[in-house]
Each structure stands twice: as C-alpha cells, then as structure tokens.
Design a protein around this ligand. Structure first.
Ligand code: HEM
Length: 153
C-alpha cells in the first residue's frame, strides 16, 4: 500500500514538473506571441520591442534563468552520480528526472530569449543529446522492468 502511495506521489511530482514547463510556455506564447510571429524586419515597430528583443529586460532574463536551470540540472545530477560522498543522497533515478526536467525547461526559456531565431551553434548538439537521452532513459526503464535484459547493464 505504502509502495502504491510512493509511486503515485512520484508520478504526481513528475507530472507537476512538466505542467509547470508547459504552463509557462503557454503563458509566454499567449503574452508575447504577436511579437514572435513577426518577421525580423518588422519587430522594431512592435510596442514591446524594447523589452522583448534578445537584449531587452524580459528576454534577457529568460536567457539568464534558462542558463541557471541548465547549469543546476547538470551539476545536481553529475554531483550525485560522480561524487562518492553524495552517493546515498536520494535515488539517482529521481536526480535524472530532475535533470531531464531542468534541462528541457532551461533550453525552452533560452528559445524565448533568442525570440525563436532558432538554428545558432549548440542547438544541433543539444537536440542530439536529447534524442540520445530519451533513448537511454527508455532503455533504463525497460531493463529495470525486464530482468532478462539485465545482462546489458
Ligand atoms: C541543456 C540540456 C542538457 C544538458 C546540457 C545535459 C547534459 C548532460 C550531461 C553533462 C550528462 C552527463 C552527466 C554525468 O554523467 O556526469 C547528461 C546525462 C544524461 N542526460 Fe542530459 N543534458 C541535457 C538535457 C537532457 C534531456 C532533455 C534529457 C532527456 C530527454 C537528458 C537525458 C540524459 C540522460 C539519460 C543522461 C545519462 C544518464 C547516465 O547515464 O548517467 N538530458 N546530460
């Protein structure tokens, strides 16, 4: 029974993390969407141009906050995984899920910082890592639920 409650709470917590991410994205698109859809040449005439250009107060804040989330996501997971002193702090699985959340939400905010001028350096590597990360995360789950595949670990 306690196990079911634990599982339920864990799932609830993961869903909550993703709801936060989706909700923030939806609010930002709703608030600033009219700016992002404009061609670059017309953006300077938008009433929110000064705050929404990448160096403007709002978009710059998205960039800084997004970077902080990514750095925290990597640092937390790596520290838990690699530093022996922290090896009994919580479960590594939970740290990985927080890593995935922070490192998805962070780049999302950075997209808002770039005002969707997508395609600069770094994006390709990030997408490759995310693709590989999803595969690997799914692999970890299926190995755990199918003991016969444990020889792969
Ligand atoms: C800005 C985005 C991201 C950055 C910079 C990043 C960076 C990293 C780094 C440096 C590691 C190695 C940690 C270590 O072994 O010490 C790692 C591991 C990993 N990441 Fe990410 N990550 C990002 C996003 C994601 C996303 C979105 C996913 C999943 C969809 C993901 C899934 C994973 C997985 C499965 C591992 C391997 C876990 C392991 O084998 O221990 N990452 N990431």
């Amino acid at each position: 029974m306690e196990m079911h409650v634990d599982n339920f709470l864990r799932r609830l917590y993961i869903v909550m993390l993703f709801v936060v991410c989706l909700f923030t994205t939806a609010v930002l698109l709703y608030r600033n969407g009219s700016y992002y859809v404009l061609p670059e040449t017309e953006r300077p005439y938008h009433q929110k141009y000064e705050q929404l250009k990448p160096s403007g107060i709002e978009s710059h804040a998205f960039g800084i906050f997004g970077s902080v989330l990514i750095i925290s996501g990597v640092a937390l997971y790596s520290t838990r995984k690699r530093i022996r002193r922290f090896s009994d702090v919580g479960r590594i699985k939970n740290f990985l899920e927080v890593h995935i959340f922070l490192c998805l939400f962070g780049p999302t905010l950075i997209l808002f910082h770039t005002t969707f001028k997508f395609g600069g350096p770094g994006w390709r590597e990030l997408l490759e890592h995310v693709g590989g990360g999803v595969e690997r995360y799914r692999g970890t789950i299926s190995v755990r639920s199918n003991p016969e595949r444990n020889h792969r670990q």
